[in-house]
Every structure is written in C-alpha cells, then in structure tokens.
Design a protein around this ligand. Structure first.
Ligand code: MN
Length: 322
C-alpha cells in the first residue's frame, strides 16, 4: 500500500478507506481503514471494515463459512439487514441493527456469519479489538446489548447516541472489555454542532457512515476514519446539510506490539504459525461450529492462506508497513 489517499492535518489524522473484496463466492466489498500503514490501532481497536448499503439481490449477501480467531474480540454493528452468527462456544445469535454483539475469541474460537433470507440490504461495520496479553487466552465469550438511544443535547438538540461499549455523555454500556474502551453510534441532525465530551486519556476515531461531518474542522469523507490523539476533553462534530451518522471509537492507547495475520492476533511469528497449524489440523483450540448452512459452493470451513515466505513482523500502535 502506498501513502496516497492520506491527508494529515496538525491534529487530525485522516485515514482514507481502501476497497477490499472479501473473496469467496460472494461479491461483497468492504471499505477498510484499520489497520493502516501509518496507524495500527485507535485505543485497542485494530480493524475497521465499513460496508454497504449493498443490494443483496446483486451481491448475494454475506456468507462467511466457519473461520477461526485468536487474541481479539469482534464487534458486529449493523445499520440495515440481519446476520445469523454461530460460534464454537455454542452461541447462535441474530445480529440486528442497533444491537451490539461482541465475541471474544480468547485462545481460540471459530464462527460463521450468514445474512438471513429476509435481508434485502446489508449495511454495517465489522470491527476487531485486540485483547491485551494478560487476557489473550481468555475463554470464548459472547456479549449482546441493545442500547436505548439517548439525546444528550436535549430532545430537540439533534444528537442521538447508542453506546455499544464504554460511556459517552451519560450513557454507559454493560458490555465489558479488559481495556478501557469506547464505541458508539452517533446520529446528528442536519446542521447540528455537538461538542462530544470525551476522556482525555483516550485517543479517538470518527468513522463516517452516511451524510457529512467535520471533526475539529476537518471534513471526514464517507467511510474514512479521522483519528485524534489523547489530551482532549471534547470533540467538536459539525454535521452538514444532510445530517450525519457516524461511529465514534476510542480507548486508552494500546502500547503492546502484536502480530496480526489473517484472522489471528498473536505476540510472535511462531505463535501465529502455531495458530494456523492448529486450525488446519482441526484441533481442539478452535472447536467446531454446529449447524452452519452455506451456499452450494461454500466450504464447511475456510482454510488458512499460505504464510508469506518471510517472518511476520510485529506491529505497534503507530503502524509498521505490511
Ligand atoms: Mn470473523
């Protein structure tokens, strides 16, 4: 990846999305902002894909066969559509708009994600959060939360919040995570200015879904991620004429180095190689998904890709080429 498409304001790092085809039988393409060459994490958020609205009649929808994860938690947040999640902890759950689903992989999990037959449009974000080393081997877990929207600027104030994890402007989520974290959907009515009160110990990212918005005066394009460092007690968000819907992510800077390869987070090349071998060998580390029914040509489990011919490098907070 080259450094093109990256604008740098003094206080705001703007990460432009790149289109990534998800592969497999379906034609779904996502817009990815994390990890970026110049930045690996916002807080412990390490992966950000934004997609849709996709016409399922055209793309075929989502059909991701069982695949493994380690060392991270996944967050699925939808704006439109419905996805059936199945995992090797035995959880079967429907992911719906406005509902937080956080799956902790810990030492190893596998899961499938399939959009339901009723889904005509798919639109959402898929996010990963790194588990700190002390919690990287945690047991498999799944947390669900449907936040009630609040209006921190008053009923006519033009701000509507749904907090997935953490606390923002008086709304807090019961979802737990081993490092301090914030994730919220923010809707701004046309022309609204909101000074969002934030924790100065956190760094933040603003991912624009629809509409238009500036953050500290910097225009965030659709699907882009504007990143702000620690030391602020508020973020000034100004919506354009069409209003804005955005995801606000935050957390204390994540200072550990990790190796992120395919669906795995590990601490070293050798650890990731062992994860890959365990998945290929269908060992106990990842368990099995029951009841996955995919498309005719979809495999029952996604094989790991080949490793590159060089040792995988660790990456830190501010990124390293990949
Ligand atoms: Mn996954």
């Amino acid at each position: 990846m080259s450094a093109t498409g990256t604008a740098q304001a003094p206080d705001v790092q703007l990460l432009e999305p790149r289109d990534v085809p998800l592969g497999g039988q379906r034609a779904m393409t996502v817009r990815r902002t994390l990890p970026a060459r110049q930045r690996s994490f916002v807080g412990a958020w390490c992966f950000a894909d934004h997609y849709g609205p996709d016409d399922v009649a055209e793309t075929g929808g989502m059909d991701v066969a069982p695949h493994p994860h380690t060392g991270l938690a996944t967050v699925s947040w939808l704006f439109e559509g419905e996805i059936e999640h199945r995992d090797s902890a035995g959880v079967v759950a429907c992911v719906r708009p406005g509902e937080m689903n956080l799956m902790t992989a810990g030492a190893g999990i596998c899961h499938s994600e399939v959009s339901t037959a009723e889904t005509t449009a798919l639109h959402g974000v898929q996010l990963w959060v790194v588990l700190p080393e002390h919690a990287a081997d945690a047991p498999r877990d799944f947390q669900h939360h449907r936040p009630s929207p609040t209006h921190p600027a008053g009923p006519e104030g033009g701000v509507e919040l749904r907090v997935m994890v953490g606390e923002l402007a008086g709304q807090s989520s019961p979802v737990t995570f081993p490092t301090p974290l914030l994730g919220a959907e923010v809707r701004l009515a046309p022309g609204t200015t909101w000074r969002a009160p934030v924790d100065p110990a956190y760094e933040h990212g603003v991912l624009l879904d629809v509409g238009s918005v500036t953050v500290e005066g910097v225009d965030v394009g659709r699907g882009a991620l504007a990143v702000l460092d620690t030391g602020r007690d508020a973020l000034t968000l100004v919506a354009g004429e069409g209003g804005a819907r955005l995801m606000l992510l935050g957390g204390e800077p994540f200072t550990e180095e990790i190796v992120l390869w395919w669906n795995f987070v590990g601490r070293s090349h050798d650890e990731v190689v062992a994860f890959r071998e365990a998945w290929q060998a269908e060992g106990d580390r990842f368990g099995a998904v029951e009841g996955y029914v995919g498309g005719e040509d979809t495999p029952q489990r996604i094989p790991a890709p080949e490793l590159p011919g060089v040792r995988l490098k660790a990456r830190g907070r501010l990124g390293r080429g990949f």
